[in-house]
Ligand binder design. Sequence first.
Ligand SMILES: [Zn+2]
Length: 140
Amino acid sequence: MSHACPECGFKGKRVPLETVQALATRPLEAEASYELCLNPSCDLVYFKPEGARLFKSDLKVKVWFKEPDDPDCPVCYCSPLTRRQIRSAVSRGAQTIEEVRQLTGALRTGFCRTENPTGMCCHRALEQEIARLSAAYPSP
Ligand SMILES: [Zn+2]
């Protein structure tokens, strides 16, 4: 069961503890369970229903959906690929994840669970970003 974010009231999503431990800049209580605030405009990233809170500044990485306009924010964390790199590949004609990888030379490490702030694979976010950018660069 998920709880509401204590800062904004938006819904939270459970994330694996190893994800939070890998991304936090300070040590965490070992057996705590954390949730991710899904609100793009809230500065709180992870929280425990009982109180512990990790804000953007407490993390080693930027959270892609909380920085929608930051070109240097990663979208794929396991490759890794920033929004700027994806935009450049799309402007040169890439339309799929494979084509973006070929043009950028990015290689997947597959460590999404400890590198992506959601603890899940970057695939879906990457696809959505390519689709969003492709709309700005229609294919000839
Ligand atoms: Zn929030």
